[in-house]
Design a protein around this ligand. Sequence first.
Ligand SMILES: [Zn+2]
Length: 114
Amino acid sequence: MHELSLASAIVDTVERHAGGRPVTVITMRVGALRQVVPESLELYVELVGRGTVCAGARLELEVVPARLACCGAEWEPPSFRCPSCGGGGTVVSGDEFLVESIQVEEVEACIART
Ligand SMILES: [Zn+2]
């Protein structure tokens, strides 16, 4: 269910930006804390994207590592506790979930690049 709602959000966003042109590649930035399973996200985007400009688009996920900060220091999980004070820390990065860019088919261009 998690991936399904994320996939709908992706397809919505891409459709808004594609301007009706067929999309070939969707590049995403996904934070490690999102715990997204790339394979199932791909599957759902394919499913949700059927009959839209996203049909047949390839999904490229760039995973952003999680970083936490506290007491002027930054660190990466697995530890969620501040090394100095033992507090929880605040998330600096790792909860991203956004469409970074899309590539659309240039319908006009006839240059086949392989
Ligand atoms: Zn601290």
